[in-house]
Design a binder for this molecule. Structure first.
Ligand code: ZN
Length: 457
């Protein structure tokens, strides 16, 4: 096998974010970096003809949930492959306050063996809470526990974490002061905070105001997680208005959103506590269980309580949001596309395998709710700037060669609630760090991704 060191992509349509258009260009890649753009005459080891295809910066998934590395399998990665197959080249794990193993262990594994995609990581607040022994999510931390958490956070300062993620809804006992105190325990105010809101539906606007307050008091940027599942129940307009207002006052607030009108989380979580059906105005049969022994079963009252008790870590999908409001969120200039992908083995919510192609196929091409270049910005340069990634998110000379080539006429998600991991159509090539990771739906090299440290300078 000849080692491919240089790749030339010819005749592709490259997004020009400054002028909000696509232009036809060749792109030359050498040693992991984009070295030439335009009419490239140089020869390469491998040439890709991308006529009529979009040559996009690789998608950056600012909101996902990393692997629970499974060492009983030959290959411990699985979610990362779904990410790669939908065109993602950089994934940000550890969102919603949750880590699926110690961040240091995950980072050192990726550093040692690499990964299917590049990874960045948040340190999860609820993970730290459990580490210091808080086993009751409905109570606040004692002052000693708070000190212990602050000490813990210091252990992660040199690991390259993006910042702290919070999952306030999952730990209803968490007070705003606890969130702020822990943010301040970080050694720089350049870190990024992300937060899964306290409560949805009629409490969504107040929950967003709380996150703005946290940003204000900590003087740190705030990334509001999956605003769709917070507010797409009749409260989106007001929620977006509040964020816009805060931004106009100078607060550094952005949000992300996955393009689905159903959310998914563990059936035992506080999201399904008493009163949830009343506030959503829905019933048990709007909840789908995704794992054996109840795989693809809609809940009855009896099944709902049984699953919560006996299988609290089973992922359940709740069909409770309004699609129009999800689209409204995606259209807002300060909202990125983020998958919130989370699976346990092959069970979960299709967003982890379909989010980016769904936006490009259904909302850009079919319903024209979003412009193509604008949608791509929400998947590439926008999140790259938010994550202080100077070398990613754009096709420019000197940038990292993380590139996704797709057919804008055919790109479409295939993952469904019954088959949540089916790969999309239309992704032709994914290049990670200058080498071909995916061709068609075949993984060519699943170890091209590296751990990417957050840049505090
Ligand atoms: Zn969340």
């Amino acid at each position: 096998m000849i080692q491919i060191k240089t790749i030339k992509i010819i005749n592709g349509l490259v997004p020009d974010f400054k002028n909000a258009c696509l232009t036809q260009q060749d792109v030359m890649i050498e040693e992991g970096v984009i070295t030439e753009i335009g009419n490239v005459r140089k020869a390469a080891d491998f040439t890709i003809d991308a006529t009529d295809k979009v040559v996009s910066p690789g998608f950056i998934d600012i909101h996902m949930h990393e692997e629970e590395l499974d060492f009983s399998e030959k290959d411990p990665y699985f979610i990362s492959y779904y990410q790669l197959k939908m065109g993602v080249t950089t994934s940000v794990g550890g969102n919603c306050g949750a880590n699926r193993q110690d961040v240091k262990d995950f980072i050192s594994y990726v550093n040692k063996y690499q990964a299917p995609v590049n990874y960045m990581m948040y340190l999860g607040h609820n993970f730290i809470r459990e580490e210091v022994g808080i086993d009751n999510r409905y109570r606040k931390a004692t002052s000693q526990e708070l000190e212990k958490m602050k000490t813990k956070i210091k252990h992660y300062h040199d690991t390259g974490i993006v910042g702290i993620s919070y999952g306030i809804e999952y730990s209803p006992g968490v007070e705003t002061e606890e969130v702020i105190a822990l943010a301040k325990a970080l050694d720089s105010d350049q870190y990024l905070l992300s937060a899964h809101f306290r409560a949805d539906v009629e409490k969504s606007v107040a929950s967003i105001q709380e996150l703005i307050e946290i940003s204000s008091q900590s003087k740190m940027p705030m990334q509001i997680s999956h605003i769709g599942s917070c507010s797409a129940y009749g409260y989106m307009k007001e929620s977006l208005r509040v964020i816009q207002g805060a931004r106009e006052e100078g607060y550094d607030i952005w949000a992300d959103c996955y393009p689905y009108d159903a959310f998914g989380t563990f059936i035992g979580s506080a999201a399904f506590d008493d009163g949830c059906f009343e506030k959503w105005n829905r019933t048990y049969s709007d909840i789908l269980l995704t794992e054996e022994p109840f795989k693809n079963m809609r809940c009855t009252e009896e099944l709902f309580y049984r699953a919560r008790k006996e299988y609290p870590n089973m992922i359940a999908v709740a069909f409770v949001m309004n699609e129009d409001e999800v689209i409204e969120a995606l259209q807002a200039p300060f909202v990125f596309v983020g998958s919130d992908g989370v699976y346990r083995k092959n069970s979960g919510h299709p967003r982890g395998a379909g989010s980016f192609p769904k936006v490009l196929g259904r909302y850009v091409r079919e319903s024209k709710k979003l412009d193509l270049v604008d949608a791509l910005w929400k998947m590439t340069l926008g999140p790259a700037q938010r994550l202080r990634l100077k070398k990613k998110g754009d096709i420019q000379v000197g940038m990292d060669a993380d590139i996704t080539i797709f057919n804008p006429e055919t790109i479409l998600d295939n993952a469904t609630f019954e088959h949540p991991t089916l790969p999309p159509d239309g992704i032709e090539y994914v290049i990670v760090n200058g080498e071909i990771a995916l061709k068609g739906q075949t993984v060519v090299n699943g170890r091209l991704g590296t751990f990417v440290k957050y840049n505090l300078e």
